[in-house]
Write a protein that binds this ligand. Structure first.
Ligand code: ADP
Ligand code: MG
Length: 601
């Protein structure tokens, strides 16, 4: 048999390598930004169109490239950052593999413009699918601009595999945040579809964190600073009172490189022990500096994991350092009340009387039943196909069974109800009795009401006497803008949603003023976590989020009227048996079942 092995042509090899380096637009963003940082830029601009699917462009004012280097930079394994294997153990650049540009050029249309400081004229290079289209001498600014267009144009499977613009944009912003937080002394600009998303001026770390996550972050931060022979740790953790239900802002950087480490995460969690309620997650921005030769980052081109030589010691130091800082800044929740809160309160809140400062706990006087009658009965449930189609999670119970449960439970409308342990409602029905979980039941009621008001009818709104100003991070503002009309359907009214603040002038009748900030924050958290792929699922996430935030909790005592209203509202729902999160809302016990309890004893 004749020989069958042959070497792959370069462009094919590059395309294969690209599969590892470039998974999505965000991967390109990361590689280009890293190159700009490695080139010593002091100012970096990122321009994105259509979540990076149409354009990703990075413009820097770094060292630029010579004519020859410009051409070489697109060859595989072409790098200026290491010369031999020994250099791998002493890295102080982001890149070193020399693969990124070659990979990107294999699967996109790339246009490079670059000029070194001493050069009169620069170089322009166009490459499409690894093929050099043109190379020209041009006049251009010092530094480098790389525009990547039509990503995956020659790999349709990859292109089709990309998620919605919302999801891909989220990934891009994640990568962007990781880099800007590691390099506060560099000015960064991010524009998406012509809109400015971030303009981060050169600053210190604290200001950078606040610029990225919004003015409210400032009062939450506790500084961390410790140096030992092995490692130095700096950065911030957020006070435990500001912990989040969802894992949100958690960042580790090692030698200014973002990494993920469940081991180190565990150390930080451990330091918060006793300070956080179950299910809450700390927020942290921690910067570890170690000798470059004591870590191994050379695991995989896109992986963010890392190996430390002295893992155990680093764990112990990290845990102790965070614990110490939390102690030093008196951030145990009780002590926090003594703090002079005006010292570092964002401006927006200073103008408001203390009584309306957003609370972490739900208003204990809030009674959802006061207004419920109004909001439910005044908006009769019209069913439309869209509205019905939104129910996706309830297939677990057979329709017939549901119908039966429903009919049985309907009978309770005339029955008397009792509340048990401020948690359950008990009612007798013809066939036996029904036990209702009050909080889960109310979640279902609110969920359907909100879903309906978002998709079908607008809900009622109550005007606020004084508009409430709330500050958010720029990305959060963008997200709120994108769902403004849905929020307005639920009863929110905005005077404006712009830059760093949201001005609310009206709210749904089912919420109180003190809950606004909490509800919107919870909603943003939920939306980020779910990354809804369609507007339908986005409505669903919204309705679920509101239902969760607003449902009466276990421990709330309800008078007879309130109990009856809840039972009535639950069984007027389309899917009364299941909470929006898939839990049973009630259970019936037939007379037979009750009998059997006693017969067996
Ligand atoms: P690596 O970053 O691993 O070296 P890349 O493919 O990302 O590999 O880049 C190849 C080379 O191109 C770099 O080593 C650098 O010399 C040059 N280069 C890339 N981007 C820039 C830039 N923005 N400014 C100056 N030089 C650059
Ligand atoms: Mg690189």
């Amino acid at each position: 048999m004749s020989d069958i092995i042959q070497l792959l042509p370069d462009h094919v090899a590059n395309q294969i390598a690209a599969g590892e380096v470039v998974q999505r637009p965000a991967s390109v963003v990361k590689e280009l930004l890293e190159n700009a940082i490695d080139a010593g830029a002091t100012s970096i601009t990122l321009l994105i169109k259509d979540a990076g699917k149409t354009l990703i462009q990075v413009i820097d004012d770094g060292i630029g490239m010579s004519n020859t280097d410009a051409r070489l930079s697109f060859e595989r394994h072409a790098t200026s950052k290491i010369k031999d294997a020994q250099d791998l153990f002493n890295l102080n650049t982001k890149g070193f593999r020399g693969e990124a540009l070659a990979s990107i050029a294999a699967i996109a249309h790339v246009e490079l413009k670059t000029k070194q400081e001493h050069q009169e004229l620069g170089t322009q290079l166009k490459i499409e699918g690894s093929k050099v289209i043109s190379q020209d001498v041009i006049s251009t600014a010092k530094g480098t601009s790389i525009a990547v267009k039509n990503l995956f144009f020659n790999i349709p499977a990859r292109r089709n595999f990309l998620k919605s613009d919302t999801v891909e944009t989220r990934h891009i912003i994640d990568e962007f945040q990781r880099l800007v937080l590691a390099h506060p002394s560099i000015t960064f600009l991010l524009h998406h579809n012509g809109n400015e998303v971030y303009h981060l001026k050169e600053s210190n770390l604290r200001k950078r964190v606040v610029a990225v996550f919004g003015a409210k972050m400032n009062e939450k931060l506790v500084p961390i600073d410790e140096t030992t022979d092995l490692i130095s740790v700096s950065g911030f953790v957020a006070k435990p009172t500001f912990a989040k239900k969802k894992r949100g802002e958690q960042f580790f950087f090692v030698n200014n490189r973002f990494i993920k480490s469940s081991y180190l995460h565990h150390a930080v969690n451990n330091a918060f022990e006793g300070l956080l309620e179950n299910g809450y997650h700390p927020t942290y921005f921690l910067y570890l500096t170690v000798p470059p030769n004591s870590i191994d980052i050379n695991i995989h081109p896109t992986k963010t994991e890392i190996k430390f030589d002295n893992e155990k010691a680093i764990y112990a130091i990290l845990r102790a350092t965070v614990k110490h800082s939390l102690g030093q800044y008196n951030v145990a929740p009780v002590l926090d009340f003594n703090r002079d809160s005006t010292l570092d309160t964002p401006y927006e809140f200073k103008k408001k009387p203390t009584a309306t400062t957003p609370k972490i706990t739900v208003d204990p006087n809030f009674n959802p039943f006061k207004t419920e009658q109004q909001s439910y009965t005044s908006s009769p449930k019209k069913s439309t196909q869209h509205w019905e189609a939104l129910y996706t999670e309830i297939d677990t119970i057979e329709p017939i069974e549901q119908k039966q449960l429903f009919n049985q439970a309907q009978e309770t409308e005339t029955g008397k109800t009792f509340q048990i342990q401020k948690k359950y409602l008990l009612s007798s029905i013809k066939s036996g009795m029904v036990l209702i979980h009050q909080s889960l039941a109310h979640q279902r009621v609110l969920y359907e009401a909100f879903l309906e008001s978002i998709t079908v009818n607008e809900a009622m709104s109550q005007q606020l006497l004084f508009p409430v100003h709330i500050s958010f991070a720029t990305t959060d503002i963008e997200m709120l803008q994108s769902i403004q009309s849905e929020l307005e359907n639920t009863g929110f009214q905005f005077e404006s949603i712009s830059e760093e603040a949201v001005v609310v002038k009206g709210i749904p009748t089912s919420i109180s003023e003190s809950q606004i900030s909490l509800i919107l924050e919870q909603l943003l958290d939920d939306l980020k976590l779910e990354v809804p792929a369609s507007s339908f699922s986005q409505f669903d996430v919204m309705a679920k989020s509101f239902a969760k935030s607003l449902a009466i909790k276990t421990g709330t005592s309800l008078n007879t009227k309130e109990q009856e209203t809840l039972v009535h509202d639950l069984f007027s729902c389309k899917e009364p048996a299941i909470s929006p999160f898939g839990k049973a809302t009630f259970k019936t016990l037939t007379l037979k079942e009750i009998d059997s309890i006693f017969n067996s004893h």
